[in-house]
Ligand binder design. Sequence first.
Ligand code: B3K
Ligand code: ZN
Length: 880
Amino acid sequence: MREGTSKVIYRADYQPPAFWIDSVELCFDLDPAKTRVLNRMRVRRNPEVMPQALRLDGEELNLARVLVDGQGTSFKMEEGQLVLEHLPDGNAPFELEIFTTCAPAKNTKLMGLYVSNDSFFTQCEAEGFRRITYFLDRPDVMASYTVTLRADKRRYPVLLSNGNLVEHGDLDDGRHFAKWVDPFRKPCYLFALVAGKLVAREQRVTSRSGKDHLLQVFVRPGDLDKTEHAMNSLMASVAWDESRFGLPLDLERFMIVATSDFNMGAMENKGLNIFNTKYVLANQATATDTDYANIESVVGHEYFHNWTGNRVTCRDWFQLSLKEGLTVFRDQEFSQDLAGDPSARAVKRIEDVRVLRTAQFPEDAGPMAHPVRPDQYLEINNFYTVTVYEKGAEVVRMMQTLVGREGFARGLTLYFQRHDGQAVTCDDFAQAIADANPDSQFAQRLGQFKRWYSQAGTPRVRVQTNFDPVSGIYSLTLSQSCPSTPGQAEKLPFVIPIALGLLDGSGRELTSGMHVLTEASETLTFPGYAEEPVPSILRGFSAPVVLEYDYSDRQLLTLLANDSDPFNRWEAAQRLATGRALAFVRSQEPVRLDAPYIEAMRSVLRDPALDAAFKDLVLTLPAETYIAEQIEVVDPQRIHLVREAMREQIATALLPDWEWAYEAHKESGAYRPDPVSSGRRALTGLALTHLCLAARASRDAVWPGKAYQRFKDASNMTDRFNALAALVTSGHELATPALQRFHAIFKDEALVLDKWFALQAGAPDRGGNVLPIVRQLMQHPDFNIRNPNRARSVIFSYCSANPGAFHRSDAAGYVFWSDRVIELDAMNPQVAARLARALDRWKKLAEPQRSAAREAIARVAAKPDLSNDVREVVSRALAD
Ligand code: B3K
Ligand code: ZN
């Protein structure tokens, strides 16, 4: 039986809480089958709200006792809430004691208190605390916490919670206890506890202000050799937040704990961050450069939440982007600052934009489209989205662009002066940035700017240019529009910062600047040119919009070769490739790439002035999902075939250049995950893939043989995995022994096995072979659908990341998808709902896929007893 409500929650209905909880004393007797939780709260009425009953949230709890000021009291249950009507009158605080039990071992949702590898972990955001005890489970109720943990000492030697350890010792029967006090008030979603057999890497650091702190990274005993990078990332994060924004670490002790069973990436619980092992564990033998980079940014992200999220938190969950958009922006800036030189910064920016355009733009155009600050939800967990996170970060980035770096830092300082210790809204944040920069265009246009928070959909900026050779006047007309999204038919103009440059025909920069577009249409004029300039528009991707301008190939080639803005150089190559891909997809003609395009790619590959990482990005074709978004009616298999054919031609036509690139970059020295050497490895990997693809076309065995050798000899996971992927991607027969060998070497490394599964489930489809492989992988003894990482590595790699293989014309991919959504929903609704989104864009599909996809979604929707999570996703998908 499902508890709780199935009601849509509206932002407009926000009411302050009728009661405050000032302090909480929690006492846990930890036992996997039955954990006892004693919760003693000091509660008082909120004098600003009409007297009413106290309604406490709770889910899957067994209630044993409720006492008010030590006396039994009457209560009732209503819609899963514990309702207390007979409470002391007046505003004086009273003590409320609640005793419950729960069953962590049976908790497959991984929300609340659960068991993983015989250790206890918690996940409370967004609404998991109610699965631990009855509470006002909302972020605007902030309390002081004292937590006592009791457990068997041998089985659970380490007992952790938020804040400072104030007492610990032994109890009878082989049990022991630890008492933790958090010096900061916090909302319950930031509560955490961990208990188990763990070991820690420790580091003492002194902050600029001279305070000493203890940093700890806790892992399972065999994993200590994989914690150095996470610790380095944490130290770098502490130093960066202090130097860039003046935000120091406010705790004596800051802990990170890794668990292999986790629904998301990580969680910023105050002083006790809990992480998916994927974002903690790394050594050169098991982790790739991408893993290293992700660890750095997720460790940073969670650490930065300590100020943006924890010290100042959200008033309600509609304000989620207040902490998430801002913190993603901060982690992006952190990674850029650590990357150092302009080229490495640009590489990071390109990677971030790629995520935005391949994941967020489709979300913004589909049935789940919602504003950065949503107006309604059925299940809040469905709104931890690329829109709230990545588009939210772009909104914050535009603020920085409009007020400047210093102005933004000033705004952030004012935000903390005003709101430290409070639960606030996105409006409060924007207001602080504006008030610290009263003369800025941002402050003057604040109301209009905030449409970025309220209007969903990706704005389009259409550009038309005109050049009058007689007067020498060049003009650009910029027109903005935004497509309708569910529940929002009409949109008003946005404030759109557009970084611009003009180049002459030989690629020399004539002028550059920033234009802030605020009207539906505006014309800019530039007098005094003898010849028509080449426009470089939206440099650095200065706003999250689709830029519509009919660039000619000549213009794009000029930009690719000369633009001073590396982002737009990359973008020119993307446009050259996308335009060609679209033409082939539409024409149904065989794919034949033209010489100018091939030559342009060759020049980039051979350019001694460009970094390897940048070359890797330029020579990587746009993703299939990105190409699909440019088309009204999509045949994913056709897009896949076109992209593969383009890749093979680039492989064959540039054969000697790829050989050169491979040989010239293959030694990157002793392993270090820095931008330069990881860029070399990325380019080597790309070269090897192309060399194996070319060999496939020519039936040559030399390069596959070399790839196999490299796979065997590689001294780090990046090179080893790239070589394996080259064999799998090119479909060479050596892929089979290589995969076997890889499994044998890494059979005890869960995160490496995830890669092994994902590579096979995400492999290019050859005559429909991937789905049978996926089914086999699910029978593999190492497969376990209950482990989210493993489920993602097989099921999501196929359904969400392999469109060419998933969108089969016989609908078998969709049947597989609906079976898995239903199967997962019964154990873990959050993971199921993520998977449910794989068919978000079904309305764009060509027949027969369109009807088959609809049928599969309807099949899921017809299931009785679906979670709110999945129900919301599928019913939105089916809505008109
Ligand atoms: N705040 C968490 C996400 C919680 C997701 C809950 N479904 C991680 C983060 O964004 O830092
Ligand atoms: Zn976050």
